[in-house]
Design a protein around this ligand. Structure first.
Ligand SMILES: [Zn+2]
Length: 443
């Protein structure tokens, strides 16, 4: 009898060993995505596996242990001259575990998390390495830059209008994909770069690229980058996809009301102790109710500005091709939720439509789209440039005549002579008509 029990238990052991063996995971590949402040390593896994990430000193190494895991083939090495690491090695531990060792060149703080399968990838383990030294450098650079900006402002009394350009997706997130495999993240970065070139050529305007290369930035971080740059406008560039490949055209979005109100509350909760400026008013010394009102006011102005600039860009898209929707659309996109920076999202085309996928890949068409966006932005800021900007101070104001207004009244209002108004507008007499747009000379 006891012999029989022993026999049974032996089999249980063997079969459970077999089960464990069947559940052994496998690392199939590794991708690196290098961002200015961190590098993301993404391991492709056949199943979710238990893992451990830790640092070792002398020499500095990062160790990633995968439990019950095998390696399919040698891991790819990091890009040459990488700022953070020089070499990646791997070995088998305890006959069943995988150890990956990364030789480090800089002090890093690692963070790891698992990713569920999506339409592009299966199970993944993400290890983010934040460069500690670089973070300090960036901070000090920023304060130097801020100091410079202040000097410049004092000296010229005119600042640049800052446009934050956000190319959607990036890195591990390719965005939508076309039938021929074109990736949204790639074409939108190309359009964004072309837009930045146009903006930087314009006196009094400066572009800030939110994403400069092929890496992912969390959505809230994108808004933070725009805020840190003191952006006057945030524009996120995308390309849409739909299951019906005949659907096509461009759309322009602003934030929907519902999304905005909940975010305002969230923003307040998070920042109640921080010195955030909303329309020039510091919120820290106000009570919560007043802060909410200020936030609402600021957000109303922001939404109106967003709608206005979105409408101008949409109009320009109409002239270069098919529009998906004739009106500015609203949606609760997270990247549009800055309470104090007018923000819009442009879906340049449907990458899922074969003809539009071809267009998105064409440099000529990318330039056309960048120019359409650019012209909309310029038109908007010619009308609504903030008072302290170079564009506001170096352009003639415009005045639309409404009922009851006279030339002398207008001259008095702007503090200029009637003669100068007449001369700049080439008016022979003193008569003006309702709806007439007059240039107002600088006083
Ligand atoms: Zn997108």
């Amino acid at each position: 009898m006891s012999k029989f029990i022993k026999f049974i238990s032996l089999w249980v052991l063997i079969s459970s060993a077999l089960v464990v063996h069947a559940q052994t995971g496998r690392v199939d590949s590794l991708r690196y995505w290098t961002a200015p402040d961190h590098t993301r390593m993404v391991f492709d896994l056949t199943t979710p596996v238990a893992h451990q990430v830790f640092l070792l000193a002398n020499p500095a190494r990062l160790v990633i242990d995968f439990k019950h895991t095998k390696l399919l083939k040698a891991l790819p090495q990091p890009p040459k001259n990488h700022a953070l690491f020089s070499r990646v090695r791997s070995g088998v531990r305890n006959n069943k575990d995988l150890r990956v060792v990364v030789d480090l060149k800089a002090t890093v703080s690692p963070k790891s998390f698992a990713l569920q399968p999506n339409k592009n990838y299966g199970h993944r383990l993400v290890v983010d390495l934040f460069n500690k030294v670089k973070a300090v450098n960036t901070a000090s650079k920023k304060s130097v830059k801020a100091a410079k900006t202040v000097t410049k402002t004092v000296k010229n009394k005119a600042r640049d209008i800052i446009i934050a350009i956000d190319a959607g997706h990036g890195g591990e997130d390719p965005g939508a994909q076309g039938p021929r495999g074109t990736q949204e993240k790639k074409v939108v970065l190309l359009i964004a770069k072309k837009l930045a070139v146009l903006i930087n050529k314009k006196p009094g305007m400066k572009a800030v690229m939110v994403r400069k290369g092929d890496y992912y930035i969390e959505l809230r971080k994108r808004m933070q980058i725009a805020r840190a740059a003191n952006a006057d406008l945030f524009i996120s560039i995308h390309a849409d996809a739909f299951k019906d490949s005949t659907v096509k055209g461009a759309s322009v979005f602003t934030l929907s009301n519902r999304g905005a109100s909940s975010e305002a509350a969230r923003w307040l909760a998070k920042h109640e102790n921080a010195a955030d400026l909303v329309g020039g008013v510091t919120l820290t010394d106000k009570d919560d109710v007043l802060a909410t009102v200020l936030m609402d006011l600021s957000q109303t102005a922001t939404k109106e500005a967003s709608r206005n600039v979105a409408g101008k860009i949409l109009k320009n898209f109409k002239s270069i091709g098919h529009l998906h929707n004739n009106n500015v659309q609203k949606a609760g996109f997270l990247v549009l939720k800055s309470p104090d920076i007018p923000s819009i999202l442009v879906e340049t085309a449907y990458i899922s439509n074969p003809a539009e996928e071809r267009k998105l890949k064409s440099g000529k068409h990318q330039s056309k789209m960048a120019r359409a966006i650019y012209k909309g932005i310029v038109k908007y800021f010619n009308q609504y440039a903030p008072a302290d900007t170079y564009i506001a101070l170096n352009s003639n104001k415009k005045h639309t005549i409404s009922r009851g207004e006279t030339l002398s009244g207008i001259a008095q209002y702007y503090g200029v002579s009637m003669r100068s108004i007449k001369s700049i507008n080439r008016l022979a007499g003193n008569l003006v008509i309702i709806g007439q747009v007059l240039k107002i000379p600088k006083g």
